[in-house]
Design a protein around this ligand. Structure first.
Ligand code: ZN
Length: 584
């Protein structure tokens, strides 16, 4: 190893060595030459020397400046191309959550360690690996942990660093990167190259003559050439690419065997993992040891590890602002709301308007609590935030990847419940229902038109067919079905609210008094009326594994799942817009 390291050092530094030798020799000859001169000429030469040096330096500066600004696009580009080689120190135990991904990554570590055994058997050596998952979920951290545990150096670069105005620069950067990696591998036995945002250079190649995609093409081609070249060399370089995008956008050539043929899917953390994450990040701040981490984990469905770190930091800020000694549950709860809903922004409302908002939000709240099969209410508030005059914040007890008919119907009922409550109390309604109707309508429409969930037996996704090809009578029947769903939901909602009107009035009173009600307070009040429902805490870990795999399949392969996701998407803005928008 020592010999190899010296050799690599010599390879990288031979130019410097040559220059230093030349300079030393020149100085030596100058001194010898000067010593042999007569005193007059000696003085003359020495007198002009400073001026000569100054002129040379000035010339050099002017030349470098012109060169950088004309040919290299300014000095700022100089730093960019640098990769950071060297050893990293991230242990597997430092990667919190991500249990499934960690298991797969551990296998990769074993493969790297056992490669001589693998070679003896004749198996294929691992060359490329892809990490796919949403941002902030710890892909970089996991890649570093693989390098640390395998005990090999780690070079990282982001895909965007290859993108240059000048054609060919990206490709030459790839060449440089791999040269560096091969040297490191030669010296240290092995090396990991981590390319973040690989979709920037790895997108499906286009062959336009307009020049648009050509730079990316040449960069990507170079990457493919380099990766294919790795196999023939003795040096073991492993390339790990990371992407936030769906892997379907990547060029098929990248995913071929021998390139990025192994994949690790990284998903948003599940309930237990979120608990671990809270525990981990909270251990770094002074906090109340009794605070309910389980609650926090349930409240932060769909949050990434980076989000959770952010929540804890924001919570610490809030605690400091209120002069507390340690972080309490309420601080973290506030932090989640601030991140999700925006900062509170009180408006002066007249008492009648305020009461109407209270009834509206109570409508959402009561229906949600009594009729929704999967969601919990976490907060009801009539404090305005941004354009919203009030909000009922709710989220699924555990991450859901699909929704059934019953759940969608419940969502429709929850959406229109604000309207129903206003109507029942005042006999009239406000403009605050517009966004609620928007989401209710969209849900009902999609049920009938796209998911075969209407009552009339029509199956298929009619939204896929050009409108001109659908007969008028078919459209009428489908729309009538949508209307019927809304009507039935309205009747259900009205019946439920009437039956529980005492609870509604109680919540309105509480909201007008306290402005905000938390999960626990809401639970207690329903308990007084004998309606509290037990909370289902966690789903066994074995159940969540296939769910991850299912969610990770590309949308293009499972059109049904994609359609459901669309509904899920229309649902998420609604959970925020379960609120009265400011009336103009
Ligand atoms: Zn509403």
């Amino acid at each position: 190893m020592m010999y190899r390291r010296i050799k690599v050092w010599l390879m990288n530094n031979w130019v410097k060595l040559l220059v230093i030798t030349a300079v030393v020799l020149l100085i030596f000859f100058t001194i010898v030459g000067l010593a042999s001169l007569e005193s007059f000429y000696l003085n003359l030469t020495l007198a002009t020397l400073p001026l000569q040096l100054l002129m040379t330096a000035l010339n050099a500066v002017i030349f470098v400046y012109l060169y950088m600004s004309v040919f290299q696009g300014g000095f700022s580009k100089m730093k960019k191309s640098k990769t950071k080689p060297g050893t990293v120190n991230v242990k597997f135990s430092d990667v919190v959550g991500l249990e499934q991904a960690k298991k797969e990554a551990w296998e990769v570590v074993q493969l790297i360690k056992d490669r001589s055994k693998l070679k003896a058997i004749g198996g294929r050596i691992l060359r490329g690996m892809l990490m796919v998952g949403p941002p902030g979920c710890g892909k970089t951290l996991l890649a570093k942990a693989i390098a640390t545990e395998a005990g090999i150096p780690f070079i990282s670069i982001a895909g965007s660093e290859f993108v240059e105005v000048f054609v060919g620069v990206g490709a030459s950067r790839v060449r440089k990167l791999f040269k560096q990696a091969r040297q490191l591998a030669y010296a240290e036995g092995s090396c990991i190259v981590f390319i973040d945002e690989i979709e920037v250079i790895g997108r499906g190649r286009t062959f336009s003559y307009m020049g648009g995609g050509e730079e990316t093409n040449s960069t990507q081609n170079q990457l493919l050439v380099e990766m294919d070249g790795l196999g023939s060399k003795a040096e073991n370089v492993i390339v790990i690419g990371a992407t936030n995008a769906n892997e379907a956008v990547l060029d098929a050539a990248l995913l071929r065997p021998g390139r990025f043929d192994r994949k690790i899917y990284i998903d948003k953390p599940n309930l237990q993992e979120r608990e671990q994450l809270f525990r981990y990040y909270l251990s770094k701040v002074r906090h109340n040891p009794d605070l309910d981490i389980g609650h926090l984990a349930r409240k932060s469905v769909q949050k990434s590890p980076a989000d959770i770190e952010n929540v804890v930091k924001e919570g610490a800020l809030i605690a400091t602002r209120f002069g507390k000694e340690q972080v309490e549950y309420t601080d973290l709860s506030k932090a989640i709301e601030r991140i999700e809903l925006g900062v509170e922004h009180r408006k002066m409302m007249n008492p009648h308007e305020r009461e109407m908002v209270a009834f509206h939000e109570t409508g959402h709240l009561v229906i949600l609590y009594l009729l929704h099969p999967t969601d919990d209410v976490f907060k009801a508030s009539i404090i305005s935030r941004g354009p919203a005059l009030g909000v009922v914040h709710h989220s699924p007890r555990e991450e859901m990847y699909t929704m059934d008919k019953q759940t969608i119907l419940a969502n429709v009922k929850v959406s229109i419940a604000g309207y129903v409550a206003e109507k029942l109390r005042f006999g009239t309604t406000s403009t605050g229902v517009a966004s609620d109707f928007q989401s209710a309508m969209l849900l009902a429409h999609n049920m009938v038109w796209s998911m075969g969930m209407g009552g009339n037996g029509y199956l298929g996704d009619f939204a896929q067919v050009p409108e001109a090809q659908l007969s008028e009578s078919l459209k009428e029947r489908l729309n009538a079905e949508t209307e019927k769903i809304l009507k039935t939901c309205y009747e259900d909602t009205e019946r439920t609210l009437r039956k529980n009107w005492k609870i509604v009035e109680r919540f309105v009173k509480e909201l007008l008094e306290k402005e905000e009600l938390d999960y626990d307070q809401i639970d207690v009040i329903f308990g007084e009326f004998g309606k509290a429902h037990p909370v289902v805490l966690s789903i066994p870990a074995t159940l969540s594994v296939p769910a991850i795999a299912q969610a990770a399949t590309p949308a293009s392969e499972t059109p049904a799942a994609a359609e459901v996701t669309k509904v899920a998407e229309t649902k998420s803005p609604r959970s925020k817009s379960n609120s009265k928008k400011a009336s103009a």
